[in-house]
Design a protein around this ligand. Structure first.
Ligand SMILES: Cc1cc2nc3c(=O)[nH]c(=O)nc-3n(C[C@H](O)[C@H](O)[C@H](O)COP(=O)(O)OP(=O)(O)OC[C@H]3O[C@@H](n4cnc5c(N)ncnc54)[C@H](O)[C@@H]3O)c2cc1C
Length: 384
């Protein structure tokens, strides 16, 4: 397996690194500290083509291979896991969802604006009573002439208060029948759509996570995404791919933690020496670097499988499971190297420690990733 990057991939990675250093790093604390949506950064990402990285040129996008997209997410996450998450949901779940399951009209209506960053997309599967178990979704969509009427509450919607459109999942079968999910493209200005509240979270503060109330929300029938009743397979298919993006988010965050730990260890003096001279600190640095590299390799391998058209669901789950758990360990160790200062908001590692925690929860908890991996292994006929 060869992960030496092509000239284009290196150029793209360097361009995103430069953008993150100059356009995100100097301002992101303001958005994080004040829990504000970074609209100006999104606008600039649109101009640069980053918002359209999963959208083909015929819809105005700058579609790249998956590994290039992963490199971009990793670079963004080094500086801001929040911006990385915003892009990952927009590009991997919303845009890819419409690209892969949408009608010609839906693609023409949403993708060009999504590619330019004029609209930001979200993905709304979770409900207050249903996260890992999507069969427990209660939101109902009932057909009434040229509309579906949606009623229910959707929870934990990343960018939910700012997104102009969401891919949203609801039950379309009657009370007594089998539970069948369907996917809809719901616009925030549809009647009956209301942002009920914004979650107060431990981290990722400039990612606004919303609860959405649907009260007789009128969704035109042409906004059904894919076939009626096929929502569950659409959701699971999209999540299989987007998990590689969350793994990349973990890699970028971990890389930043590594760099901060090394820098701090060289500067901080104790007992008349830089703490980097103590073997205990060196061991922590070595462990961090090894975790980062293993995470990166699993993530690139999953992206590579995706690019080659090979099965990638198990690989994506492994990358997400490992990288997210590793990021938590990395953040713990890097903060430990910072001593008391690591616990201060003045040091970036404090924010990284908080941001890392959610990685093993969203887009499928670690327990769910293990189930996905085990199911693939147990039905693998080559293992006797
Ligand atoms: C910051 C943030 C952003 C999010 N963004 C989005 C978004 O944009 N769109 C969206 O739809 N959702 C989003 N989510 C929701 C997220 O995907 C869910 O929180 C996640 O899937 C877990 O669901 P849950 O919270 O209901 O936990 P539960 O499903 O209630 O799980 C609770 C615990 O039980 C375990 N568990 C559950 N089932 C099993 C099982 N079968 N075997 C073993 N253990 C099990 C879980 O692993 C977990 O440890 C977001 C969440 C957060 C925190």
């Amino acid at each position: 397996m060869d992960f030496s990057l092509s000239e284009e991939q290196i150029m793209l990675r360097d361009m995103v690194q430069d953008f993150a250093a100059h356009e995100i790093a100097p301002v992101i604390s303001h958005f994080e500290d004040n829990h504000l949506f970074p609209a100006e950064i999104v606008r600039k990402m649109g101009e640069l083509g980053l918002m359209g990285m999963t959208i083909p040129p015929e819809y105005g996008g700058s579609k790249t291979d998956s590994l290039s997209f992963i490199l971009a997410l990793e670079e963004l996450s080094r500086v801001s896991p929040t911006i990385c998450l915003l892009l990952s949901v927009h590009a991997s779940l919303f845009a890819r969802g419409i690209l892969e399951f949408g009608t010609a009209e839906q693609k023409a209506k949403y993708l060009p604006r999504a590619a330019r960053g004029e609209i930001v997309g979200a993905f709304s599967l979770t409900e207050p009573g249903a996260g890992s178990d999507v069969t427990a979704l209660k939101t109902k969509a009932v057909r009434n002439g040229r509309h579906y009427i949606l009623n229910g509450v959707k929870a934990w919607v990343t960018t939910g208060s700012e997104a102009e459109a969401l891919i949203l999942f609801a039950q379309t079968e009657k009370e007594a029948g089998p539970r069948k999910l369907s996917a809809f493209i719901v616009e925030r200005n549809f009647p009956g759509f209301r942002v009920a509240r914004i979650e107060e979270k431990m981290g990722l503060h400039s990612s606004l996570t919303a609860e959405i109330a649907l009260e007789d929300c009128r969704v035109p029938v042409e906004n059904l995404l894919g076939e009626e009743g096929k929502g569950a397979s659409i959701a699971l298919h999209l999540l299989d791919g987007s998990r590689i993006g969350i793994a990349a988010q973990a890699v970028g965050l971990s890389q930043q933690a590594l760099e901060l730990a090394v820098r701090y260890a060289k500067q901080r003096q104790a007992f008349g020496h830089p703490i980097a001279e103590f073997q205990a600190i060196q061991f922590m640095i070595a462990d961090i670097a090894t975790l980062v590299e293993a995470s990166r390799l699993l993530t690139y391998r999953a992206a590579d499988a995706y690019d080659r058209g090979l099965p990638y669901a198990k690989e994506a789950a492994m990358a997400k499971l490992y990288s997210s758990e590793a990021a938590n360990r990395v953040a713990y160790l890097a903060l430990q190297i910072h001593g008391g200062y690591g616990y201060s908001k003045e040091y970036q590692i404090e924010r990284i420690y908080r941001d890392a925690r959610v990685l093993s929860i969203y887009e499928g908890t670690s327990e769910i990733q293990r189930l996905v991996i085990a199911r693939h292994l147990l039905k693998d006929s080559s293992i006797r």
